[in-house]
Design a protein around this ligand. Structure first.
Ligand code: 26V
Length: 801
């Protein structure tokens, strides 16, 4: 049906009629979307079945990527692209008077993630399938993804997200493969065959129903699986009020937690974590048993990868199955479990490390707690033998301590591999945050620098740049992004640079049009488009960006000799609903926009745009249009960042600190092709360790700082009274934890270099070309090949390693 446009048109019209019983004339865009979506899913199904059969028949190791988040975005466009039928569909629809891009717009984003961690999981799935690797996702089918963000008078308001309102064409519900999960209750011991055994009784059961989504590889026949679990009431008698039971059960997969949450210890969150783990492992073990019988070689044929600590209960859950259901000895069960699990850490921020109070954990998961307790007991004994008498060390490494279950400790102890997500992050893990564990188990630790799928973030998001690259160096880079380096030969070729300039201009116009439709604002597409898009968090320092804009505004008003190339500052960011500080920064950005955008005195040289509801589909229009990529975290705090890679691949130049993967960007493209500023991670960590930073000194010695800080509290923003006082105070009274004032001056200098460089169009374009040329390293294909080879022990059979 997709072999040529005539066949496609015919099949499309037939499908439309059979699905809706309507004529083409009467049909709506939504009908078109659902028709096309269903056709594509059916088209995928033959390869999906074949991949499943191959996996069942062959003795190949399977990887399961367990993640509490998968931030997929829209799937129609990426599926068409990966299947290689985009053009046929586009042409066929055109002849019917329909625009494919308009139909794609109907799809809701699958926004089952907060940010970097969830989007990384989605990029990894794309790479796994595209590299023909047997790797599957396991997650939760949240009824509501991350909240929708609205601004009301410049303040963030959260609305429930509704991605399933019109159904989901990509999923297949499999009620016959449901798994039962037990919470609460108690553990009973009994004797059988001279052994003490345990059973979990009087628990409350809930049913986990899988919804499977196909993950299509690019130009391959592989179709992997993303299995998302939905919580439903179990079909048997219960002692509780039935309405209450139904409500409580369904609540488990109702909402994605807006992570960065400061509301710790929420029992529902722990329920979600065990729900994901028990359902996933239950179904993995079931299909493994069906194929292999015994679980003795489980670790040789299965790897379960845990994306951060949220799925860490995979460790005690697998132990439970091996001990209680398979009747294995502790030693054997532990050998198999710890050789099955691998773990990625995504942050060193101490407030983000998960710890659960035992008094919440134990009653909810009594058998799992017993097992964790025993893991801890044995681990502490092992440490005692290794480090006799070193109580302090053992206390700091224990899994259970001070009434808490420390999830990261459990993850390190129960896995065979621990990896960080960029070089510097892994070094900080090894030498600081997890140093004691590194000393005890140095061989477990390794680095896997993050990547992004160039298919979504370049081929799909930026077809204009894609065709320029194709016209220039051919198509080899599409399967092997390191070949983008061939573009370096064109970095001084004026004909190429002119085309690159035209592409950027075109993409700015597309973004400009979207901004006009969404906000009514008109942006200058000849201005420098300077973008910071990411979650709002103090360590990411959106505030540094804001204070710099305030400085520019003041300078432009006060110093008539000061000129800059016009700049449009674009922000996109959601703040966690309970993160009041971050919400004040949102209001500050909106207040600043109001002020700057309505002041004729600055003659259109500055504009500030804060786009509502930043999400994957919006991001796809933002990255291609950007000139400047803001990556300005306090050094040492951003584990990797992945937006930085998307900007680079689309030819934006980075202004950033030496943090996360910015460091590897620098290694690839060279410091001369970016704008580095600020404290290094080592300097930051030294300040934290030894003190010596006094933010007030920077205030007193720098008039520019004095002025912008005063403006936060002196009525400069007339509508807010004292709303920004906590921001002001965090910088002065609380000694500026994130070194905003310390880095302010060097940031202004770096922004000055951005301005000067941009004015030299050829130089800028050369730098932009070089950024694209050296971005190939950041394809998630590279990352996944390294995971496959070094951690998972998969054969890269069809792909080059
Ligand atoms: C969670 C929390 C929770 C408590 C309050 C503070 C806080 C701050 C951050 C987080 C996020 C933790 C996990 C995460 O999303 N990490 C991100 O993972 C990306 C993919 O590896 C990486 O690129 C980002 O640098 C990293 O922040």
């Amino acid at each position: 049906m997709f072999s040529n446009k005539e066949k496609f048109k015919e099949a499309f019209l037939k499908k439309l009629e059979s699905m809706y019983g309507k004529s083409f004339q009467e049909s709506t865009s939504r009908d078109h979307y659902h028709t096309l979506g269903n056709m594509v899913r059916e088209y995928i199904s033959a390869n999906w079945i074949a991949t499943n059969e191959r996996n069942r028949a062959k003795d190949e190791k399977q990887v399961y990527y367990l993640s509490i988040e998968f931030l997929l975005g829209r799937l129609l466009g990426s599926n068409l692209l990966n299947l290689g039928i985009q053009q046929v569909v586009e042409d066929g629809l055109k002849e019917l008077g329909l625009e494919l891009s308009a139909i794609e717009e109907i799809e809701s984003d699958a926004g089952l993630g907060n940010g970097g961690l969830g989007r990384l999981a989605a990029c990894f799935l794309d790479s796994l399938a595209s590299l023909d690797l047997p790797g599957h996702g396991c997650g939760i089918r949240y009824k509501h993804g991350l909240f929708d963000q609205k601004f009301v008078d410049g303040y963030q308001v959260e609305l429930p997200e509704q991605w399933l309102r019109h159904g989901n064409v990509w999923e297949v519900r499999k009620p016959d493969q449901a798994v039962e999960i037990h919470f609460w209750g108690k553990v009973e011991s009994y004797r059988e065959d001279e052994k003490v055994r345990f059973r979990h009784i009087k628990g409350e059961a809930i049913t986990a129903v899988p919804y499977d989504m196909p993950i299509v590889g690019y130009q391959t026949k592989t179709v992997n699986m993303l299995r998302l679990w939905s919580a439903e009431p179990a079909p048997f008698p219960i002692h509780k009020n039935i309405m209450q039971y139904k409500r409580e059960t369904e609540a488990v997969s109702e909402f994605l937690y807006p992570d960065d949450t400061h509301d710790e210890g929420k029992i529902l969150r722990l329920k979600q974590q065990y729900f994901l783990v028990a359902a996933s492992i239950g179904s993995i073990v079931r299909s493994y048993r069906k194929k292999n019988g015994s679980l003795l070689d489980f670790h040789k044929r299965v790897t379960i990868h845990i994306n951060d600590t949220h799925p860490v209960l995979a460790i005690p859950e697998l132990m439970r199955i091996l001990l209680d259901e398979e009747d294995m000895s502790w030693e054997l069960a532990w050998e198999i479990t710890s050789q099955t699990i691998s773990y990625t850490n995504h942050t060193t921020l101490s407030e983000a490390l998960e710890k659960w109070p035992i008094n919440i954990f134990q009653p909810l998961l009594p058998r799992i707690y017993m097992i964790v307790d025993e893991i801890n007991e044995r681990f502490c004994k092992e440490l005692w033998n290794k480090y006799p008498g070193q109580w302090g060390r053992i206390e700091n490494m224990a899994i259970l301590a001070h009434g808490l279950v420390k999830m990261a400790h459990l993850a390190v102890v129960g896995s065979f591999s621990v990896n960080g997500v960029a070089k510097i992050h892994t070094e900080i893990l090894k030498n600081r945050e997890m140093n004691l564990f590194y000393e005890a188990f140095p061989d477990k630790f390794n680095n896997k620098t993050n990547g992004i799928t160039h298919r979504r973030w370049l081929l799909k998001a930026n077809p204009h740049l894609t065709s320029l690259i194709k016209d220039t160096i051919g198509i080899g880079w599409m399967k092997d992004t390191t070949q983008l380096r061939q573009l370096d030969a064109y970095a001084n070729d004026s004909a190429f640079l002119e085309k690159l300039n035209n592409v950027k201009k075109k993409r700015k116009e597309i973004l400009g049009e979207r901004i006009r439709k969404q906000t009514g604002m008109v942006i200058d597409t000849d201005s420098i488009i300077d973008v910071q898009v990411k979650r709002l968090h103090a360590y990411k320092r959106q505030l540094l960006n804001v204070l710099h804009i305030m400085y520019l505004y003041n300078k432009l008003r006060e110093d008539s000799s000061f000129t800059i190339h016009p700049r449009t500052f674009i922000f996109g960011a959601k703040a966690s609903p309970g993160y009041y500080y971050a919400k004040r920064v949102i209001k500050l950005i909106n207040s600043l926009a109001e002020k700057v955008n309505n002041d004729p005195a600055i003659k259109g040289c500055l504009k500030v745009v804060f786009l509502e509801n930043y999400r994957v589909s919006l991001a796809e229009d933002i990255f291609p249009a950007a000139d400047v990529s803001e990556q300005i975290s306090t050094a040492s705090k951003e584990a990797s960042g992945t937006g930085n890679m998307k900007f680079m691949m689309n030819g934006a130049l980075t202004i950033g600190t030496l943090d996360g993967a910015n460091i590897e960007i620098k290694e690839e493209v060279g410091e001369e092709n970016m704008f580095i500023f600020g404290l290094t991670a080592e300097e930051v960590l030294n300040f934290y360790q030894n003190g010596g930073y006094r933010s007030s000194e920077y205030y007193h010695h720098d008039k520019r700082i004095q002025q912008v800080l005063e403006q936060l509290i002196n009525g400069f923003f007339p509508d807010v009274h004292d709303h920004f006082e906590p921001i002001h105070d965090s910088l002065l009274m609380q000694n500026d934890e994130y070194f905003v004032l310390k880095d302010f001056s060097s940031y202004i200098d770096a922004q000055g270099r951005v301005d000067t460089t941009y004015k030299d169009r050829n130089r800028w374009l050369t730098m932009s070309a070089k950024n694209i040329a050296y971005s190939g390293f950041f394809s998630s294909d590279r990352t996944i090949k390294h995971y496959a080879k070094d951690i998972w022990g998969l054969e890269l059979s069809y792909s080059k390693s």
